[in-house]
Design a protein around this ligand. Structure first.
Ligand SMILES: Nc1nc2c(c(=O)[nH]1)N[C@H]1C(S)=C(S)[C@@H](COP(=O)(O)OP(=O)(O)OC[C@H]3O[C@@H](n4cnc5c(=O)[nH]c(N)nc54)[C@H](O)[C@@H]3O)O[C@H]1N2
Ligand SMILES: Nc1nc2c(c(=O)[nH]1)N[C@H]1C(S)=C(S)[C@@H](COP(=O)(O)OP(=O)(O)OC[C@H]3O[C@@H](n4cnc5c(=O)[nH]c(N)nc54)[C@H](O)[C@@H]3O)O[C@H]1N2
Ligand code: SF4
Ligand SMILES: [Mo]
Length: 692
């Protein structure tokens, strides 16, 4: 297998091609794509990848079925029926581009470019197609700007207040950990190689603890599962700090040298004694003490912080607080200790060169993607056109009934660029077909491990589909934009991204090197010892920056917002066999996942007359959906967990975001998917629909 070949890969009928998984998953696995007679026949892990080592998930093992799914879009479409119904007819790219550019020119003449809004996320993590040519285009257009906050932004901001940015432990080092805490992360499903590494550490005597609201796959695999009430993790972390300080397990030398505010913190956590914390979290006081002793007494201790605690009203503060724990024990200085929330800072490329904010002439209004429904329905002056790519907001955004009401607006001109006719695309005026990542050139880096990689096209574009980069180039041309920025080739864009003088981790990494070596590790340094990018240069246990923003300067437990009186806190998380809504429309993956479940405590279920396997209606004032009850002891009372962002069923009742609030979290404009309340009833048992 060679990377340098005489023919482009697309023109070689047979071979095995090193590739990279493009999905929004921390592992960013190295892949080997097998091609026979011009078609991909098999996708497997690349054993030479230093972190992912040839193991990949089932989702991507079956990716070929998605790439050649007969439902895949092969040409542009124009809507012929009512919005949402999904009736379209085939058109050519010329007509599609002319229609879009024509309509946009009219809208700009009437209302200015801010009437147009892009909406995108990371359906494909390739940087030049997802935060490159697209951003250039919308900067030059002068459109409203989208705040891309749907995933990790509350936690990222919370972590930044403590640690100065997305810098954590190198996951490869965590094999040396003797305690691994999976905190609100379902790593068996969502970060499988962290589990592989933890498994090796466990063979060397490490203990694995899972702190979660659900006895999920990760909790079952862990040595100790600590169930906690949703949204109360900050209290647990503060209770652990209480014990660490009280029992002399705090690392005083580390606190003096590397932190600010430790004296204030020591005083502040006195109030979080195990009894008080137990009342908030539901974790028994003796378990709080045991957990703190285990954490303070084991070296190295590593915490993998997941998305669970931060998809709440108080998510930023929760993550900031958990991130203070390694500072109290000084575990940052132990090889494999510390924490990972996200490691994007280590691999930060030259974003300015890629996105070209200088192409924008005026400061735009900005729209938080978590409020897309309200934005479409309420903004004044209104959004008159929406361009969606790399995302499926009709399924993934909070409060989807509101989102769909917005998408139904007759006066909204909507364009969707995707591989499939998604639930969102069903509302589009024009649908454009997108290539899969294996049909594109792009540049990838993980937000967990420290490797960068490029993808080169393995197969020719499916039908008439086009990549994001090419589509935005064509749109620029149709709009009459003559800037050089739109003439850059894929290779130019990658070179510009790699030329990042502010990040020495990229020194010596060139496109040529990436063409020769499939995986290159950036030269990242551990966050400590050294100077952090916080205002003080140290870990900020007390944050003046937060104080200035009106936030509590010390880590603090803040209860969830009031979401009404319904009995259950609803936690609609992702599932094992889909990647957000991706794969939910592919028969193989839906079959592997079986049915959309609602996990209930057996005592709650008994009170409601619900048995395992019953169809249940879940509702609140925002909407309703129908799921299958999974009854047992996997959640605490008053908690209902659903798994996966399912495509609408025939009756359209499986979309859990019909129930989620579009409130913004405490930091970063983040989403609060997991802070909504619902009622649950058995279907067919005179089910109540109060609150609906
Ligand atoms: N198979 C698969 N892998 C994925 C994805 C997918 O959809 N499917 N999505 C990808 C993406 S985009 C992301 S961001 C990551 C997300 O992956 P993770 O970081 O694992 O985040 P979630 O799965 O959202 O939530 C993790 C866990 O948090 C728990 N949880 C919810 N609320 C709380 C709480 O208040 N406290 C605690 N302690 N736990 C809580 C949930 O029960 C869940 O088990 O996974 C990526 N990988
Ligand atoms: N209830 C609930 N809602 C959630 C979450 C949750 O845990 N619970 N998780 C949230 C999180 S963490 C995230 S990250 C978001 C993710 O939400 P999205 O980013 O919307 O993720 P997907 O549902 O995977 O949709 C990605 C879409 O991009 C398309 N796509 C893939 N590659 C390309 C390409 O190269 N070009 C174009 N034009 N399109 C492409 C795919 O076909 C797919 O339709 O969902 C959020 N929503
Ligand atoms: S989805 Fe994640 S685990 Fe699966 S192949 Fe892609 S990067 Fe690897
Ligand atoms: Mo995400």
């Amino acid at each position: 297998m060679q990377r340098r070949v005489s023919l482009p890969w697309t023109e070689q009928p047979d071979g095995v091609f090193p590739s990279v998984c493009s999905l929004d998953c921390p592992d960013q696995c190295g892949l080997l794509v097998h091609k026979k007679d011009g078609r991909i026949v098999k996708i497997e892990g690349d054993p030479s990848h230093p972190v992912t080592l040839g193991a990949i998930c089932n989702k991507v093992r079956h990716l070929t079925e998605r790439i050649y799914d007969p439902k895949r879009l092969a040409y542009p479409l124009k809507r012929t029926g009512p919005k949402g119904e999904g009736k379209f007819e085939r058109i050519g790219w010329d007509e599609a581009l002319k229609t879009i550019a024509g309509r946009w020119k009219e809208l700009i003449a009437e209302s200015g470019p801010e009437a147009i809004l892009p909406y995108s996320f990371y359906g494909n993590m390739g940087r030049i197609g997802t935060e490159g040519m697209d951003r250039r285009f919308f900067h030059r257009l002068g459109s409203s700007e989208l705040e891309r906050t749907i995933c990790e932004s509350a936690g990222t901001e919370g972590y930044r207040h403590t640690m100065g940015g997305s810098y954590g432990t190198d996951p490869e080092d965590t094999v040396h950990a003797k305690l691994i805490v999976m905190w609100g992360i379902n790593a068996v499903s969502t970060n499988m190689h962290q589990v592989t590494i933890a498994e090796k550490a466990r063979k060397n005597g490490a203990t694995v603890v899972a702190i979660d609201v659900h006895r999920n796959r990760t909790a079952r695999w862990a040595d100790w599962f600590v169930p906690i009430r949703p949204g109360t993790d900050a209290a647990l972390a503060l209770g652990m700090m209480h014990v660490l300080f009280a029992e002399g397990l705090a690392n005083e030398a580390f606190l003096r040298e590397y932190t600010v505010g430790h004296e204030e913190l020591r005083e502040h956590v006195r109030q979080y004694d195990p009894l008080a914390v137990s009342a908030i979290t539901g974790v028994p006081p003796e378990d709080i003490v045991r957990l703190a002793r285990l954490y303070g007494g084991t070296k190295p201790a590593f915490i993998r912080i997941g998305n669970g605690p931060q998809h709440h009203d108080n998510g930023g503060m929760c993550v900031r607080t958990i991130a203070c724990l390694p500072a109290v024990t000084g575990s940052w200085l132990d090889l494999g200790g510390g924490a990972i929330k996200g490691n994007g800072g280590h691999v930060a490329h030259n974003d300015k060169a890629l996105t070209r904010p200088d192409l924008r002439r005026t400061k735009p209004r900005s729209v938080n993607m978590n409020r897309i429904g309200s934005a479409l329905l309420e903004l004044d002056p209104p959004i008159r056109s929406l361009y969606v790519y790399n995302s499926n907001p009709a399924i993934v955004a909070p409060d989807t009934n509101k989102v769909r009401e917005g998408l139904r607006r007759e006066d909204l001109f909507t364009v969707v660029h995707d591989l499939f006719l998604t639930e969102t695309a069903a509302y589009a005026d024009i649908v454009l077909p997108a290539t899969s990542s294996l049909e594109n050139t792009d540049f990838y880096h993980s937000y967990w491990h420290h490797y960068v990689q490029i993808q080169e096209p393995v197969i020719a574009p499916y039908g008439e589909s086009k990549s994001n980069v090419e589509t935005f180039r064509l749109l620029a041309e149709a709009m009459g934009f003559e800037d050089e920025a739109f003439r850059d080739t894929e290779d130019d864009l990658i070179r510009q991204a790699l030329n990042a003088p502010f990040n020495p981790a990229y020194d010596g990494i060139t496109l040529e090197l990436l063409r020769e070596k499939p995986f290159v590790k950036v030269k990242a340094k551990p966050p400590l010892p050294g100077k952090l990018r916080t205002p003080s240069g140290k870990i900020e246990l007390y944050s003046k920056a937060m104080e200035r923003k009106g936030l509590p300067p010390l880590p603090t437990f803040v209860p969830l917002a009031d979401d009404g009186e319904l009995p259950f806190l609803f936690i609609p998380g992702p599932n094992h066999n889909f990647l957000n809504s991706t794969f939910s429309n592919n028969a193989k993956h839906a079959q592997m996942e079986k049915s959309p479940k609602l996990v209930l405590n057996e005592l709650d279920a008994a009170e409601l007359g619900i048995a395992d396997g019953d169809a249940v209606r879940v509702w609140n004032a925002r909407g309703e959906c129908e799921l299958t009850a999974s009854v047992g002891r996997d959640v605490l009372r008053g908690v209902a967990v659903s798994l996966g962002l399912w495509a609408d069923g025939p009756d359209g009742k499986r979309a859990v975001n019909a129930l989620t609030p579009d409130r913004l979290a405490d930091m970063g404009g983040g989403a609060a998917f997991f802070s909504g309340r619902v009622g649950v009833a058995k279907i067919g048992a005179g089910s109540r629909r109060d609150g609906a």
